[in-house]
Design a protein around this ligand. Structure first.
Ligand SMILES: Nc1ncnc2c1ncn2[C@@H]1O[C@H](COP(=O)(O)OP(=O)(O)OP(=O)(O)O)[C@@H](O)[C@H]1O
Ligand SMILES: [Mg+2]
Length: 272
């Protein structure tokens, strides 16, 4: 079991977090999360893997302040999520860009919502657009970009509001395998430059191992932490470390932990 011993301050702390949804139409109760404990230090890159429906998105939404846990507490920078001034930003599976805005205006959108005038916002996002490799595409519209480029713009948009915590929910799931690999190494490069705390949800175990300082493995619904595994691969990590024995052994270990639960989540009616 994951042992939560709060030692240092700050970061993200979830203690005994539970979530019970009541389905509106049927009144049926669904326990999505049960008793989840997690501590993430400032600047850490942590991934969560777990079977479908185990509550990963629910947990990210809680950390983002969109969903209130029915049990337990979550703090960010030593304050409850509701009162925390610390900025958080979410990056979703689908690049959720506004089709009627250019790349520049999409990336600047969060700043403009915070009252930064248009010209000043454009100036502030210029280095971010360069960082994600979209310079030259500032005035293009989303439909003119590939899926990978759209996801880069999405990442730049999340970074534009200068979040301390980046929440990423399967951000590369819609990309082809090669683009996905490039985006993974790009994300590490950007993380290294910006030193954000990252909480990353994925179904791809090798992606979790390649990116993270730690991989949290969750059980099937109701989700709880079944393992918390440090990734002892030195950084910076070139893409080929994914195919080295240390990474492969860790992927195998995580898959062994998940397999029974994944099969159960896929066939809930037949599970005991
Ligand atoms: N608003 C809601 N109302 C009722 N039930 C919900 C609601 N949101 C999620 N659930 C249920 O809670 C459980 C956890 O859902 P969640 O989306 O957090 O899972 P997940 O781990 O992100 O799954 P996936 O890997 O498929 O994205 C599921 O059984 C889901 O049906
Ligand atoms: Mg999800």
């Amino acid at each position: 079991m994951h042992d939560v011993v709060p030692t240092d301050r700050g970061g993200l702390r979830a203690h005994g977090v539970g979530m019970e949804y009541v389905r509106r139409r049927t009144g049926q109760r669904v326990v999505a999360l049960a008793d989840l404990d997690l501590v993430i230090s400032p600047g850490e890159f942590v991934s969560i893997v777990g079977p479908t429906g185990c509550g990963k998105t629910t947990f990210l939404n809680m950390v983002d302040g969109m969903v209130t846990p029915t049990r337990g507490t979550i703090t960010w920078q030593d304050q409850s999520i509701e009162s925390s001034g610390g900025q958080r930003a979410m990056v979703f599976q689908e690049a959720s860009l506004f089709p009627w805005f250019t790349v520049e205006r999409n990336v600047a959108y969060g700043l403009q919502c915070r009252g930064v005038p248009r010209a000043a916002a454009a100036e502030r996002v210029a280095p971010l657009i360069r960082m994600v490799g979209l310079d030259g595409f500032e005035q293009n519209y989303p439909y003119e970009l590939s899926g990978g480029m759209q996801q880069r713009a999405n990442l730049a948009r999340a970074l534009a509001v200068e979040p301390d915590l980046l929440l990423m929910d399967e951000p590369f799931a819609a990309l082809d395998a090669q683009t996905r690999e490039i985006m993974q190494s790009e994300l590490l490069r950007i993380w290294d430059l910006t030193k954000k705390t990252v909480l990353f949800v994925t179904h791809q175990i090798d992606e979790a191992v390649y990116l993270s300082d730690r991989v949290i493995v969750m059980s099937s619904r109701p989700g709880r932490v079944v393992a918390d595994l440090p990734v002892p691969i030195p950084r910076p990590r070139a893409l080929h470390v994914k195919r080295e024995p240390g990474a492969i052994a860790l992927v195998e270990q995580i898959w062994d932990l998940l397999e029974v639960d994944v099969r159960r989540a896929m066939a809930p009616d037949r599970a005991g």
